[in-house]
Design a protein around this ligand. Structure first.
Ligand code: GLN
Ligand code: ZN
Length: 761
């Protein structure tokens, strides 16, 4: 009985990788220096895992940007337009991820129901799979140098193709999965080489199997693993699944000629029962994912032990593991010790475990199974005490909040005026032109803003001075918008470090960390707050900034809030009550903020819910329940306003089609959504949509400035399906990661495109 993890954070404990990559992009260091930093990070990670006593250590969990993209590059699935740039491997990878001046990047979307984004590979009939490079072998050699004989991790071929999109030239019926057999041959080649290098085990990640899969897809899984399992020389294969229950794919994997299956026993609690029904795994190894890779609470070790014990009879051998890669949790709780002014509340520490601590947990569990619980009794008793303390604490419970939630009535989540009437009154009050232009909220987070923020935290900048500088930033953003001629103006969110963290720091029941960084996409990292108790709002949060912006312009100012679903989804959420309950508490806090904004004369209020789609459970059977609480929470937050007050919402990374009814149900007056990066595909779903809609016409994730013609062409496509009176013109998302020259040029083009079309209508 051994211990393992499915993956580990790769950004470095202090975001060393982010800094190095960004310096490389800026021309500050060369490729040699960048790869040296990366190698050092990998080595120190392996040493750490080795010293922690972890039995089976993964390799190949590192990436400069994204592991799905790396898989595409590894198998040479590089679309011609990037190949033509004639760049080296690393720069080609970055070009696919970020675009260049000549070519737009690949699409990016959410990795299952997480806040991690992957780059979507493009696969067509023309793609020639080829083993282009030997990164997995090189990393094995590297790990061996520090005395670790690792288990390379690869994204499995079925999940890779299911996550890919058909290349633009492909015939309509083509699906990337059609190319499975060709791709599997390249996996076979790679497995052969790994075997030759003496690699004992390889982990193939197939998280796509926890979603509903068609019989053809399941047949594809069977075929792929029959082929790979049937290879004469190959390492032993672990197929790892995570983020939920396996369902119909479970018997397929149980029968496949592989040596081990990884099951998520946290998000997929039902997996074991199903496995028992199926008669177990026979002579296979079960990697039992009992330590939660998605949340930061300390594991209930005795509970996890009894889950493992109940699984012992269902397999030949049990390996204690994490439910998924630890990519989704911060590095190390110990970094929070250092007594910094902000950061994690010490009283929460005993309840928590980050990646490093989770490694200790799987090690302890494996020892307990191997040698009996007595050998780890100290750890188990300490764990009992921490869990007991958490259960018995009273400072996490606020009776007033509970009473307010209990007293909610259905009408509290409904606006009092029907949409049509609201539209009429809002037109009167706001007096906007056709195709009104606006932005999603944030303006560039300049060097000055970051310096001011760091200064006020360290005490070098007084709160008054900080306030003055933020106001100057608002002046700048407002002036730019007025000059460009945007119709609905925003204050630019200079005061927000992050759209979730900012609110979390100002709400009771949320804790913040100092070093709890988690990769979101590429070099972008976030510090998800921790919801540990009942949520309430001690005082108004955004009102003064909005009021100030309003005093600087005669145009309508849009107030800006982060919605309850996103607050919950992008935080580590408490595990001692249902998410729905937590979401209601957050919604009520935001409802008060909405009311205060309205009272301050802010007539347009945007409540962002970029995470609405990502929270959708992978299996259809769980979706109605999710959408029900999610939509209710949004409506609770937004339905307390007058008919004249225009509620906006914003969503990104959405395949809009799947949840279009839910979006309609939010009953927002205006919805802005990401569209440009996914090639305006969502336009196909807009025919039936009744609300006002702003499909993003420019991709803010790329430094590229779109031309007036491009934007105009996109808008024309929207106008073919949606009545012009319901169309808004805006970017895909907030502008905080861009700089002013880019933003000004792009917004100018956007406004020019809107004006051209207005003149025609
Ligand atoms: N209002 C936020 C911003 O503009 C929205 C960000 C998001 O959707 N991710 O930054
Ligand atoms: Zn967005």
């Amino acid at each position: 009985m051994k211990s393992t993890i499915l993956g580990y954070p790769r950004i470095g404990p202090r975001r060393e990788l982010k800094r190095a990559v960004e310096r490389y992009w800026a021309g500050g260091i060369d490729e040699r220096e960048l790869t040296a930093t990366a190698a050092e990070l990998r080595r120190s990670c392996w040493r750490q895992l080795r010293d922690a006593g972890l039995d089976e250590i993964p390799s190949g969990t590192f990436s400069f940007y994204d592991h799905v993209l790396d898989t595409a590059v590894l198998f040479d699935a590089v679309p011609e337009r990037y190949r033509r740039l004639g760049l080296g491997r690393l720069d080609t990878t970055f070009a696919m991820a970020r675009g260049t001046n000549e070519v737009a990047p690949l699409e990016m979307t959410k990795w299952f129901d997480t806040n991690y984004h992957y780059v979507v590979p493009e696969i067509g009939p023309e793609t020639v799979f080829r083993l282009a490079g030997r990164t997995p072998l090189a990393e094995v050699a590297e790990a061996r140098e520090v005395g670790v004989d690792p288990r390379p991790v690869l994204l499995g071929p079925v999940t890779f193709l299911l996550l890919s999109t058909a290349s633009p030239g492909a015939e309509p019926g083509f699906r990337p999965l059609d190319r499975l057999d060709d791709l599997v041959e390249r996996y076979a080649e790679l497995l052969g080489e790994l075997a030759e290098a003496g690699v004992g085990w390889v982990q193939l990640d197939e998280p796509a199997l926890v979603a509903d899969r068609t019989p053809e897809e399941l047949a594809a899984v069977e075929r792929a693993y029959r082929r790979l399992g049937g290879l004469a020389t190959r390492p032993r294969l672990l197929v790892a699944t995570y983020f939920g229950e396996l369902g119909a794919a479970l018997p397929v994997l149980a029968r496949a000629p592989i040596e081990a299956v990884g099951l998520d026993l946290v998000a997929g609690r039902d997996n074991l029962r199903r496995l028992a029904d199926e008669g177990g795994l026979g002579d296979k190894v079960l990697v039992a994912g009992v330590v939660d890779g998605r949340n930061v609470w300390r594991t209930d070790l005795r509970g996890a032990l009894s889950v493992c014990v109940s699984a012992l009879g269902l397999c030949r051998e049990l390996v204690v593991g994490t439910s998924c890669s630890l990519l989704h949790v911060p590095h190390d709780l110990d970094l929070e010790l250092s007594g910094e002014p902000t950061g994690l509340d010490p009283s929460l520490r005993p309840w928590l475990a980050f990646a490093r601590q989770k490694v200790d947990e799987v090690v302890v569990l494996a020892r307990a199974l191997r040698e009996g619980p007595a050998v780890v009794s100290a750890q188990l008793n300490d764990n009992d005490a921490a869990l007991r303390a958490r259960r018995n604490t009273d400072w996490a419970r606020v009776p007033e909040v509970r009473r307010r939630v209990a007293a909610l009535r259905p009408e509290d989540a409904r606006r009092s005026t029907p949409r049509e009437e609201r539209v009429r009154r809002q037109r009167e009050v706001l007096g906007l032109p056709l195709l009104p232009t606006t932005t999603i909220g944030s303006f560039p987070q300049t060097k000055e803003i970051r310096a001011a923020r760091a200064g006020v935290r360290s005490g070098r900048v007084t709160p008054e001075e900080y306030e003055r500088r933020m106001r100057a930033e608002i002046d700048r953003a407002v002036a730019v918008q007025e000059e460009i001629g945007l119709d609905v103006v925003v204050h630019g969110e200079p005061e927000r470090n992050d759209m979730v963290q900012y609110f979390a720091e100002r709400l009771v029941g949320f804790a913040s960390t100092e070093h709890g960084w988690v990769q979101s996409y590429g070099t972008r990292c976030v510090r998800p707050p921790i919801i540990y108790g009942d949520v309430s709002r001690p005082e108004p949060i955004t009102v003064e900034w909005a009021r100030y912006a309003r005093s600087r312009t005669s145009r309508p100012v849009k107030g800006m809030l982060t919605g309850p679903v996103t607050m919950v989804q992008w935080s580590f959420v408490r595990d001692d009550q249902p998410r729905a309950e937590t979401a209601k508490q957050v919604a009520l806090a935001l409802r008060d903020e909405v009311a205060d904004l309205e009272a301050a004369g802010i007539g347009v209020i945007q409540v962002d819910e970029p995470a609405l789609r990502e929270g959708l459970p992978p299996r259809a059977e769980h979706r109605a329940e999710y959408l029900d609480w999610a939509v209710t929470a949004f409506r609770l937050a937004t339905s307390g306003v007058r008919a004249e007050t225009q509620i906006h919402t914003h969503m990104c990374y959405s395949e809009f089609g799947e949840i279009i009814d839910a979006i309609e149900d939010l009953d927002a007056d205006v919805t802005t959504v990401e569209a440009a990066r996914s090639g305006m595909r969502l336009v196909a779903d807009l025919g039936a949509y009744r609300g006002e809609i702003g499909p993003g016409v420019y991709d803010i994730h790329s430094p590229r400035v779109p031309s007036v013609d491009e934007i105009e062409a996109d808008l024309r496509r929207v106008l073919e399906v949606v009545d012009a009176r319901r169309v808004w013109v805006n970017p895909d998302c907030g502008l905080k990661t861009r700089d002013y020259p880019e933003v000004t040029a792009a917004l100018r083009n956007m406004v020019a495109a809107a004006e051209r079309l207005r003149a025609e209508i």
